[in-house]
Structure formats: C-alpha cells, structure tokens
Design a protein around this ligand. Structure first.
Ligand SMILES: NCCCC(=O)O
Length: 400
C-alpha cells in the first residue's frame, strides 16, 4: 500500500478540526459507522503503540431553552435502535459535569462514551504505525492524476513519476472535487471554512466537551482548551458554489442561520488556479502544498469571549493560536466512501462534512474492506457515490 501526500501527513483538515470523536448527533445514516469508529478509537493507542490523544471524556450538546432541548433530544429517537448511552439530562447533572460553569442551561443531551483525540498527533501517529507495518508513505509527492487502460485504473502519475496500480483511493479532502473532475466525475462538493483556537494549559475546568450556541470547547491533552465558534463556519463563494447551487440548496436552507456566506479572494483564487492540469505539468496540488486558509478572527474571539463568560475562572487562559481549515461538504452532509462504477479500480473517500476526524477510523476500515472486496463492517449504501447520479436527490435530514 502506498500513500501519496502532496504536503505532509496531518497538514490539512486532519490536523485542523475540533478533535471530537462522537456518535451523538450523527446523521442516522452515519450512526453505525460512528459506533465502529469509537470502538477503534478506544483501542487505537494500544494498537499503534503511539499517542493519538484519544480519551473518553463525554460530550454535551447544551440547550438554552425548552424548545432547543426538544430539538436536541429529538435525535435520541434515531439513536434508540443502537442502544447508545446518549441521554437527555437536566440542569443539575449539567452543573455536575461542568465545574465552574456560570451560565444556566435547561439541560443537555449527553453521551458519556464519546470523546476526543488530538488532531495534530493522531494522523501522523497512525501513518507512522502503518509505515512500521510496511506501508509506503510518500510526503511532498502530489498525485497529478490517474491513468486508465481499457477503462480500468492502470496507474497514478505523481510529480515524482508513475506508480503502476489497479486500485486507487482518492481521499483528497477539499481537493477531491478537482481531482475527480478529469476522471469524468461530477462530485458535488463545497467547502466550509472553520476556525479553531487553542489556549495555553490551564488548571481546572471541565473535562467534558460541550457545544452551546456560542462556543464549542474540549480539553486538550496538553491541558489547554480547543475552542470554536458555535456557528457553522464560513462558506466562501467560489465558482463551484454556482455549479452546485441546486445540489446544495436544501443544505443551504437547513444551515441558513448558522452559515456565513462570503465573497472574497477565494473566488478569484479558485477561478484562476483550481483547474485540472495535464499530467506532465505542475499541478494545483504542487502549487498549494498545504491549504492554510485565513482564520475568522472575529468569530474566533467571540468564541473565546463566550467561553470566558461560561467559565470565568478560566478567563485568564492565554490564546496560543488561531487557525482555520476547509471542511469538504456534500449536499447531504454524509461522506462518499465508495467504489466508482464508471471506472473499475477507482474508489473515493471524501466529503466528511466536518465530521471526518471522529469517524475516520471507521471510514478507513470501511474503505479498506470495499477495496479488498470483503464483507463491509457496515452497510455502505448510504455512502455510495452513485446517489449523486441516480436521481436520489441527496439532502440533509431535517432538524439535524
Ligand atoms: N465541525 C464540527 C466538528 C466537530 C464535530 O462535528 O464532531
């Protein structure tokens, strides 16, 4: 197995996300895969002999009104068949889980068995373990494209030469749409810019992660907190926003109150530079080794302010870093983990829609099983690429 990475392992979204590993709040189509992912996370450090930062900390989705509590708790109906430990709790239990919290909540949905890992540690550690098992991990080695023979995958062309192969998995995150375009695929994928900050280590405070309307927090392995704004991020308007407008219209309607649309430099950047190149030319993947978008400082500082208001005893915690990442989203907010019917040997794993880190180990297992042609750990049907081409009209499930 050879992994080609245009930059370095853990350079883009795998290191830039919140670090949450959760079953709670998942789209029902993802619940079985998230259960498998949490099972794998819980044994990951022992399995690879390295520290990923995974800890079972519990996660709270907090409610500020009875109406919001009812919305949050509605998800429990989807989870019931799986007998998870997710449950609705009242204000007394919220207070017990959030020492020092000063904001009143009417309750929360709580999953004690959910947790977090450290995005900046996990992917490099897992890659190192794969290497130790014989995988070849090539960094600074962009794949420019895929070659076929008789309609089947026959090779990938990298900036350093050709690799003959009959099977390729495109797991390109925000780049997957561009990469699959010359392969004749119409992968409806847009990007959401999400900003996170981290504080210096601080004594005390909750170990349970929490998500309010204003801020999401989780304790870090280094003793600080990772914080993000409670809203859904910034959707930069780019040429693909127009191409996929109708595909994403239901998602846009569902997320209208939490997404911020922006027209700015990203439109020009993608219009000019996000274009397929010939395989013997320098590709966009070499020109942008690491996609490092501008953090949304206003939103990030608002998150810190909200966290400080919740936990005044932690307000002195210094902000060490703000960063942003590009979430790659599909119209139904469910990933693609799929073979591609029109090109035997081609597989795609992408579109994790902001939930990819937590579900990653399960997604990796499922993709590997599809490639090997063995019985998959969960039903892969919800993740098939062909839902975008067979007239299914994929859309998010209302209320999630
Ligand atoms: N963009 C949200 C990241 C956390 C999560 O959904 O698990």
């Amino acid at each position: 197995m050879t992994l080609c990475e245009k930059g370095h392992v853990g350079g883009e979204q795998s290191s830039r996300n919140w670090g949450w590993c959760r079953k709670m709040g998942r789209d029902p189509r993802e619940i079985p895969l998230s259960i498998e992912a949490l099972r794998l996370w819980s044994g990951m450090n022992a399995r690879i002999g390295l520290e990923t930062g995974f800890r079972t900390t519990g996660i709270l989705y907090l409610a500020e009104s009875e109406a919001q509590m009812a919305d949050r708790a509605a998800w429990l109906d989807y989870a019931r068949p799986y007998q998870l430990d997710s449950r609705a709790i009242g204000p007394a239990e919220v207070d017990a889980l959030l020492p020092g919290n000063t904001r009143p909540y009417v309750g929360a949905v709580y999953t004690a068995s959910d947790g977090r890992a450290e995005p900046q540690k996990a992917a490099p550690a897992i890659a190192a373990a794969a290497r130790a098992k014989g995988a070849i991990v090539l960094q600074n080695c962009a794949v420019r494209g895929v070659e076929t023979a008789g309609g089947r995958v026959s090779a990938v062309v990298t900036e350093r030469g050709r690799i003959v192969t009959s099977q390729v998995v495109v797991a390109g995150g925000a780049w997957s749409r561009l990469f699959t375009l010359p392969l004749g695929l119409r992968l409806p994928q847009l990007k959401v810019r999400s900003t996170v900050l981290r504080t210096a280590p601080v004594e005390g405070g909750p170990t349970t992660a929490g998500w309010t309307n204003a801020v999401a927090w989780r304790k870090r392995l280094d003793g600080g907190y990772s914080l993000a704004n409670g809203h859904g991020g910034i959707a930069d308007i780019v040429p693909d926003s127009f191409r996929f407008f109708l595909d994403f219209l239901p998602a846009l309607r569902a997320e209208w109150n939490s997404l911020h649309l922006r027209l700015g430099a990203r439109f020009v950047e993608e219009f000019l530079n996000w274009r397929p190149a010939a395989l013997d030319e320098v590709s966009p993947y070499e020109r942008v080794r690491v996609l490092d978008p501008e953090p949304d400082m206003k939103g990030s500082l608002a998150a810190k302010k909200a966290f400080d208001a919740n936990f005044p005893q932690l307000a002195g915690a210094r902000v060490e870093q703000h960063w942003a990442g590009m979430i790659d989203a599909t119209p139904d907010a469910v990933p693609v983990i799929s073979s591609i019917d029109t090109m035997p040997g081609l597989f795609v794993a992408t579109g994790f829609s902001g939930h990819g880190f937590g579900i990653g180990p399960g997604a990796g297992r499922l993709m590997a099983e599809l490639v090997r042609g063995v019985t998959p750990v969960v039903d892969p049907t919800p993740f098939r690429f062909s839902r975008f081409t067979d007239g299914s009209k994929p859309r998010p499930i209302a209320g999630l």
